[in-house]
Design a protein around this ligand. Structure first.
Ligand code: FDA
Length: 525
């Protein structure tokens, strides 16, 4: 029931005034579906505990007018709850690394969860090679629908099929096609956005500054994206996916070291992801070793790949039996770790997760100079400190198209000069604060260890691998802007100031905000 004596009552009355049926899409904590709805898109169980701050209300709009009403009512009442301003958290796929789309690290914050879960339409225009997609569409759903219509079209978004395109494109979106076509955000042609005044804007009416900012400048900052128009890209009907694993005993150190000298210079048709972690030693009982898993995707058949790799990267020793030819859509399942015979329909499953039921935290880095052998030996020591397959590094090759796109083209700035991107991760299944602290400290130690080997001034980071360790908003006023410059230049480099200018112009009252949203300047001027 929404007619309680809660402090948000006026807001609810306003909603009902706009649309008398709206109560059916508002859930208070008293509602029996509240928890299941909240949990349905929590993709990091670290933020699904009894101590995790929960929304006061969950709002699940079915149509654009519902969102307009929510924004208008929020503003009309400047929703104040126990003197705190009510925040809106926007959720599409729920993969935010720090859970900011459905919770807040601040125990005192009050927020409404605007869950876009019902915004899941995809409409593909084959003739134009474009599509309009709503924000809760997952990458897997998009790839599946494209594959249904064409075996030679794709979209250069992320690898994990459950991620929402609302959040992913808002922060960039890299996947196996990044060396060929750049990021998802590089391939956006138009968008529909609801701004802080409740206006519905498209590219022409929002103007080029706002259109620039929403393609990578972070979610929950400039408005609510209710649709993206994207450009589909050509791929061959047959691609080749390969995996080569090497342990320390099989020269992993030398091969990973060598990999750094070739990977950004390979033809744009080749993408490499290398996963480094500690595994049970296959040849020695009760011992561990380090494994490097080289996963590559080649946009073409196996006949073209093997001779090229023999010529350019013989140290890897790639053989035909390491490789499988398949469609590009199937290669997503391959990279996401599905068994080879999995049906393409697995792409439609929103609930499977790359992390299973494990809690996780990730951090990111960019490598511009090859890490020396001694550097990798130190990484192996770190990986051995943590349990088997509970922590690791994921390296993704850059170069190619990524180096051709100017740093200021969209807010995502990590372009020419990067050999590869690094994600440092920790996974754990144990409950409780103590276990979590152990893994978090381990991860922070690894990150500290990486300092001399990665980008500096600023130490760059990927906005979509949100990491509150590098800074957060809080307190408001001038302090927010100053603090934000620190984490903001890691995510956006020199694009940060333009993002602040756009934010100041379109949302000076900071209606859309979270702990790492771009702050407006006018809030303290
Ligand atoms: P979620 O709904 O949590 O939103 C993320 C942020 O965007 C939040 O701040 C939210 O408020 C805001 N937001 C969401 N929808 C919005 C909208 N419609 N309008 C405005 N703001 C909105 N990345 C990558 O580039 N390549 C990859 O391969 C992967 N793989 C991957 C695997 C797994 C298991 C996870 C957990 C994450 C990734 N990512 C990734 C990172 C991913 O791109 C990032 O977490 C995205 O922001 C998630 O988007 P969702 O819509 O799912 O998240």
């Amino acid at each position: 029931g929404v007619t309680s004596s809660q402090p948000y009552e006026e807001f609810l009355q306003c909603l009902e005034f706009h649309d008398s049926n709206i109560t059916s899409i508002v859930y208070t904590r008293a509602n029996s579906s509240f928890s299941s709805l909240l949990e349905s898109s929590i993709r990091n169980p670290r933020f699904d505990t009894s101590a995790t701050p929960k929304p006061l209300l969950i709002f699940t709009p079915r149509q654009i007018s519902h969102i307009e009403s929510a924004i208008r009512c929020s503003r009309a009442h400047r929703i104040q709850i126990r003197k705190h301003k009510f925040q809106i958290r926007i959720r599409s796929g729920g993969h935010d690394y720090e859970g900011l789309s459905y919770t807040s690290p601040d125990q005192n914050s009050s927020f409404l969860l605007l869950d876009l879960i019902r915004f899941r339409n995809i409409s593909i225009d084959l003739a134009q090679q474009t599509a309009w997609i709503q924000p809760a569409v997952t990458t897997g759903e998009l790839y599946y629908r494209i594959a249904e219509k064409s075996s030679i079209l794709a979209f250069p978004s992320g690898i994990c099929p459950t991620v929402g395109l609302g959040g992913q494109i808002s922060g960039g979106g890299w996947g196996t096609l990044l060396r060929k076509y750049g990021l998802a955000a590089d391939n956006v042609l138009d968008a529909t956005v609801i701004d802080a005044k409740g206006r519905i804007l498209n590219r022409a009416s929002m103007g080029e500054d706002l259109f620039w900012a929403i393609r990578g400048g972070g979610g929950n900052t400039f408005g609510i994206v209710i649709a993206w128009k994207i450009k589909l890209v050509p791929v061959p009907a047959t691609v080749t996916a390969c995996t080569v694993t090497r342990t320390l005993e099989q020269n992993a150190t030398e091969i990973v070291h060598r990999w750094q000298y070739v990977v950004d210079k390979l033809p744009n048709d080749v993408f490499f992801m290398v996963v480094l972690n500690s595994v049970a030693n296959p040849v020695q009982a009760n011992a561990t070793t380090i494994q490097a898993s080289f996963n590559s995707l080649y946009l073409g058949g196996i006949e073209g790949l093997i001779p090229m790799m023999d010529a350019k990267f013989p140290d890897l020793g790639l053989r035909r039996e390491n490789c499988v030819e398949m469609s590009w859509a199937k290669s997503i399942l391959y990279f996401a770790g599905f068994p080879l015979n999995s049906p393409l329909e697995s792409l439609l499953d929103r609930t499977i997760s790359a992390t299973g039921s494990a809690k996780f935290k990730g951090k990111s880095d960019y490598v511009k100079e090859p890490i020396p052998i001694s550097g990798f030996e130190g990484i192996w020591e770190k990986l051995k400190e943590v349990g088997v397959q509970t922590g690791g590094l994921i390296l993704a090759s850059y170069g190619g198209k990524m180096s051709e796109i100017p740093e200021s083209s969209i807010p995502f700035p990590h372009r020419a000069g990067n050999i590869y991107q690094v994600e440092e991760v920790a996974f754990w299944v144990e409950d409780g604060v103590e276990a979590a602290d152990g893994y978090l400290n381990w991860l922070r130690g690894l990150y500290e260890y990486m300092t001399p080997y990665v980008s500096k001034n600023p130490r760059e980071a990927y906005a979509n691998y949100r990491d509150l360790d590098i800074g957060r908003n809080g307190g408001g006023g001038e302090g927010d802007y100053r603090r934000a410059r620190s984490w903001g230049s890691s995510y956006y480099k020199n694009n940060f100031d333009r993002l602040v200018r756009v934010k100041t112009a379109v949302d000076p009252a900071n209606f859309f905000r979270n702990e790492q949203s771009i702050p407006p300047l006018s809030s303290w001027r």
